[in-house]
Design a protein around this ligand. Sequence first.
Ligand SMILES: *Cc1c(COP(=O)(O)O)cnc(C)c1O
Length: 379
Amino acid sequence: MKLATKLIHAGAEPDPSTGAIMTPIYQTSTFVQSAPGKNKGYEYARSQNPTRKALEDALAVVENGKYALAFSSGVAATDAVIKLLQPGDEVIAANDMYGGTYRLFTKVFEKFGIVFKYIDTTNYNNVAAAINSKTKLIWLETPTNPLMNITDIAAIAEITKKKNILLAVDNTFASPYLQNPLDLGADIVMHSVTKYLGGHSDVIQGCLVMNEKELREKLYFIQKSCGAVPGPMDCFLVLRGIKTLHVRMERHCQNGEKIAHWLRNNSKVGKVYWPGFEDHPNYNIAKKQMRGFGGMLSFTLKDDSIENAMRVLSSTKIFSLAESLGGVESLINHPASMTHASIPREERIKNGLTDSLIRLSVGIEDADDLIEDLKQAIG
Ligand SMILES: *Cc1c(COP(=O)(O)O)cnc(C)c1O
């Protein structure tokens, strides 16, 4: 079955009690048992809920995985993966990933004795050199947020398979429509479902997708024991969002491409970060592992002052100034003071995330209107 058909039908079974075509919102905390321990597969809604189950089935199908687990947020999903580890274990992670992931690793898990090494994962040799006998997990994000760096998932998977290291990929920016890390050899895919999968900026949610049953059991145990589960209403909203992922992503990609080229030809714009440019340093890998380049891009201004960036950020009328991404509406963001403020300035600048960098989440409005808006804002 092709992806567009899977997106509409994945996880959806008519409700057995009424025939309702849409999965009902099972707004219940518990399930009646006919005798102690005798139930219909549901006991208590932290452990299982039918709306969540329908969503998890759908998420597994659209990411080409066997199993999926839904969490109350993207960071809760990441948190569950790190809880697979023991004190003393080492994790190799990208040096320009999502600020909240960096904060979770450095401020929460370091104090439990987990060691994190941040490197440029786009260079295969860096990754190989950072591995030692304590390395238990490699955490990749590709494309990265906000500099749109691309890491070769299949190349890293070759090393992790040989050395028995878990490979997890944050696939939020690409969405399952553009990239499927499990097919490239990853063990776990993580999504901030809040973004493209939900697609309408109306829900916070995360998920993990995997193929190994044993890994699924360990992560399910953590999901149930730690309790960061999404409510049934949120699961319903995401089930609805998934049905239009393909049409939304097509338009995000078209609009993203038009805006990337327009920005590049604008004399007031400095550098444009978008993996679809043939001279992007990782263009060939992006082309190999992704089916399109998505709607995320970042740029700097020729006048590189923070004041100039602030002026542009507060002048757009269609692009709303807000954190987050992946919704149908266009957003503009200042990583240094918003999404990535939790990364120390020195660390940020070292990795190329300058004070004037502006990030766009290009929505699915009319591209000409979006360009007109940027034109008047950049001035
Ligand atoms: C938003 C985001 C997260 C965190 O997800 P939440 O749903 O906000 O908890 C993780 N990774 C990336 C790339 C993100 O954009």
